[in-house]
Design a protein around this ligand. Structure first.
Ligand code: ZN
Length: 269
């Protein structure tokens, strides 16, 4: 480690981007730069949710290249659930049996684009929750326009040991309370928290910070002032700053607490 690196390390805090798609082709031209920028600024743990069979290779390559910084998850995203989902899940389960992953994700339900595969999405979600229970891994949940349908599945599958995070949470206070009532779940906050008129600040005000983890969901949902542009893990700082303003506490407190929450949930050091 060189001197400059050490100095940067002293002036910044260690943070975790709990949800980042750094293997996305949107980073094909500058992936290493983006990753090193995050790491050198103190965002030194980057958690990679899987999407489908195609995304696995790029994700594994990142984990091989940055074994102390990039951590993989395994799972089928609800928007990628199609007629052949059972076969896809068999392949994913093989990966889970041969390599180590920090979570089952991202999984869940999304009825924004298409409601016709509701039953298939619910079934794929259930199957992957069972994996999580069996392997004692947290689940990373994606939900859009499907809170009621997703809660219906969780109501019947949740138990004392199941843990996870509702990633990029944008629900209301009733939905937040329902999430926390399950007992083992955290709420993931990303760029939407910084959007004017998102209303999420009012919800987050009422949630104890001990339940919150930070993320970017990059390359999507860049925080203000980068809204509409490509997001990257370094910007998780902007989400932390906004949370510090909402909670009226020091930025360093926000970083310390949310980092510890993420470490506890994903069992990383
Ligand atoms: Zn995602």
């Amino acid at each position: 480690m060189d001197v400059i690196h050490v100095l940067i390390g002293i002036n910044t805090l260690i943070m975790i981007d709990t949800h980042t798609h750094l293997y996305s082709d949107q980073f094909d031209n500058d992936r290493d730069e983006v990753i090193l920028k995050a790491i050198n600024s103190g965002v030194d743990k980057l958690l990679l949710p899987n999407i489908d069979l195609e995304s696995i290779k790029g994700m594994h390559e990142l984990v091989d290249k940055y074994p102390n910084n990039c951590y993989p998850m395994m799972g089928l995203h609800p928007c990628s659930v199609e007629g052949n989902y059972k076969e896809v899940l068999v392949e994913m389960k093989n990966h889970l049996n041969t390599k180590s992953y920090i979570a089952i994700g991202e999984i869940g339900m999304d009825l924004y684009w298409d409601k016709t595969l509701l039953n298939e999405q619910a079934d794929a979600f259930k199957i992957q929750i069972e994996w999580a229970k069996e392997m004692k891994l947290p689940i990373v949940i994606h939900v859009r326009d499907a809170f009621d349908e997703l809660f219906e599945v969780l109501d019947t599958t949740n138990d004392d040991d199941l843990t996870g995070v509702f990633h990029c949470f944008t629900g209301n206070i009733e939905q937040a309370k329902k999430v926390l009532n399950y007992g083992g779940f955290n709420i993931g906050l990303g760029g939407v928290l910084t959007f004017k008129n998102s209303g999420l600040d009012k919800v987050v005000e009422k949630i104890d910070i001990k339940h919150l983890v930070l993320e970017t969901d990059s390359p999507y949902l860049a925080p203000t002032p980068h809204r509409g542009k490509r997001n990257e893990s370094f910007y998780v700082n902007l989400v932390a700053e906004k949370l510090a303003t909402i909670k009226q506490i020091e930025l360093s407190e926000v970083e310390k607490i949310t980092t510890q929450n993420a470490k506890n949930l994903f069992k990383i050091n």
